[in-house]
Design a protein around this ligand. Structure first.
Ligand SMILES: Nc1ncnc2c1ncn2[C@@H]1O[C@H](COP(=O)(O)OP(=O)(O)OP(=O)(O)O)[C@@H](O)[C@H]1O
Ligand SMILES: [Mg+2]
Length: 358
C-alpha cells in the first residue's frame, strides 16, 4: 500500500524501508537487481524513541534524529525511502467497493468517508489495497476487470502524520516516497515470500507487537478477516514484573532469556491471547466453512519457541515462526543474527517490496 505522498519516481536501485514499531524500529537497505531480485545490503533493529502522543508535528525533531541514526547504521543515505507505521497510527477497514480503478476509489473514499467507511474522517489520506492484485503495484493499470463489487482493504492515515514524517525526512536530507501500514506490508511480504501457500491455502498471519497483536486470515490469497487484539509483548513483561515483584526493565531482560522457571508465569497471558485468536479463527471458520490450516507468527515475541508452542497448544493448529527471508538474497553480507531476527522483519521486507515495485 502506498499512501500517496507527493509523487516522484522512486529511486529504484537502492531503497531504505523503515518499520517504525512502537517499541523497536526495523530498517533495511535493499538493492533491486533484475526482475524481482532484492539484495539485502544491511539492516538494523533499534529501540524506537518515546513519541509522546504518537507521530505528531512536535515529535518531528525526535523522529528526525532517530531516522538519522538508522541511516548511519545502514551506511547509506537514500534519495528515497519508505516508512511503515503501525495499526494504532492508522485505520484499516475491509469494505465492498464498486469495480473502479484504485485512484477513483481513493477519491470516492476521501470525499465520502462516512458513506464508505461508516465514519467521518476529515484530513485523512487513503489508499486501497486488494491482496493478490498486481494492480496494487501499478497505479496506471485499470483494476476494473470485473464489473461486480469486490472486497478491498482501505488504509488511511491522518494528513498530519504524513506531514510530520515528511518534515522529519526533509530535515535530514532524505525524501519520503512511501508510507505503508504494517499489516498490509506484512501481507505483501507474505505473498512474495510464500506465493504458493498464499495462493492455495487458508492461513492466519499473527503479528505479536508491543501493545497489540493483529490477526489476518487469508483465504487463497483473499483477505477474509482482520482483527486487532489489545495484548502484546508489553503485557507479557508487565505481568512478569508483577509476578516477580521486579521493575519493568529487569522483567524485560529476564523475559528475553525466557528461563524455564518463568514460563509458567506467562501461561495465563498466553492462554488469553490464544483464546482471543481462537475466537477470530472460529468466527471465520464458521462463517466461511473453511478450516485455517496453518498459522504464521511474527513480531519480536515470536523469537521465543515457548511463546509459539504455547499458542499452538491453545489454537490446536500448526503454528510456525514466520520467516519472510526467501524474498531477499542475503548472501552478500554478514548477518549473524538474521535467522533469529527474521520474525521481526516482515513489515520492513514488505515495505521494501512495495518501494521497489512502486
Ligand atoms: N526472545 C524474545 N522473547 C520474547 N519476547 C521478545 C524476544 N525478543 C524480543 N521480544 C519482544 O518483542 C517486542 C518487540 O517486538 P516488535 O518489534 O514486533 O514490536 P513493535 O513492532 O515495536 O510493536 P508494534 O508492532 O506493536 O508497534 C519487545 O517488547 C520484546 O519484549
Ligand atoms: Mg510491529
Amino acid at each position: 500500500m502506498a499512501l500517496p505522498t507527493p509523487r516522484k519516481k522512486v529511486f529504484k536501485d537502492r531503497v531504505v524501508a523503515i518499520d517504525l514499531g512502537s517499541k523497536s524500529t526495523k530498517a533495511a537497505l535493499v538493492k533491486a537487481q533484475g526482475v524481482g531480485k532484492l539484495i539485502l545490503e544491511s539492516y538494523t533493529i533499534q529501540d524506537t524513541p518515546v513519541l509522546q502522543g504518537g507521530i505528531k508535528p512536535e515529535n518531528a525533531p525526535v523522529l528526525a534524529s532517530h531516522l538519522k541514526n538508522l541511516l548511519k547504521e545502514l551506511g547509506h543515505k537514500p534519495k528515497r525511502m519508505g516508512i511503515i507505521i503501525g495499526i494504532s497510527e492508522s485505520i484499516l477497514r475491509q469494505v465492498e467497493m464498486p469495480a473502479r480503478d484504485l485512484s477513483d476509489l481513493r477519491q470516492m473514499i476521501k470525499f465520502a468517508s462516512k458513506k464508505h467507511l461508516q465514519q467521518e474522517l476529515k484530513d485523512f489520506t487513503f489508499d486501497v489495497f486488494v491482496p493478490g492484485d498486481p494492480a496494487n503495484a501499478d497505479e496506471t493499470e485499470s483494476t476494473a476487470r470485473s464489473q461486480s463489487p469486490r472486497k478491498v482493504l482501505v488504509g488511511g492515515v491522518r494528513d498530519e502524520l504524513i506531514d510530520t514524517l515528511q518534515t522529519a525526512c526533509k530535515s535530514i536530507g532524505a525524501g519520503l516516497d512511501h508510507v505503508g501500514i504494517h499489516l498490509v506490508e506484512t501481507i505483501n511480504a507474505f505473498e512474495s515470500a510464500d506465493p504458493e501457500v498464499f495462493a492455495d491455502e487458508t492461513v492466519a498471519l499473527v503479528d505479536i507487537g508491543f501493545k497489540n497483536t493483529t490477526i489476518s486470515i487469508l483465504k487463497q490469497g483473499e483477505m477474509s478477516l482482520n482483527r486487532v487484539l489489545a495484548l502484546g509483548a508489553d503485557k507479557f513483561t508487565g505481568g512478569l514484573a508483577e509476578a516477580l515483584n521486579l521493575g519493568y526493565q529487569e522483567a524485560e531482560a529476564i523475559k528475553l532469556g525466557m528461563p524455564p522457571e518463568i514460563q509458567s508465569m506467562l501461561e495465563s497471558q498466553l492462554s488469553n491471547l490464544g483464546q482471543e485468536l481462537r475466537v477470530s479463527i472460529d468466527f471465520f471458520e464458521h462463517q466461511q466453512d473453511t478450516p485455517v490450516t496453518q498459522v504464521f507468527i511474527s513480531g519480536g515475541s515470536a523469537k521465543s519457541d515457548f511463546i509459539v508452542n504455547s499458542l499452538q497448544t491453545e489454537l490446536m493448529i500448526p503454528c510456525q515462526k514466520w520467516n519472510p527471508l526467501s524474498v531477499l538474497d542475503t548472501s552478500g553480507g554478514s548477518f549473524p543474527q538474521i535467522d533469529e531476527d527474521a520474525v521481526q522483519l516482515g513489515g520492513v521486507i514488505g515495505g521494501a517490496v512495495s518501494l521497489v515495485n512502486a
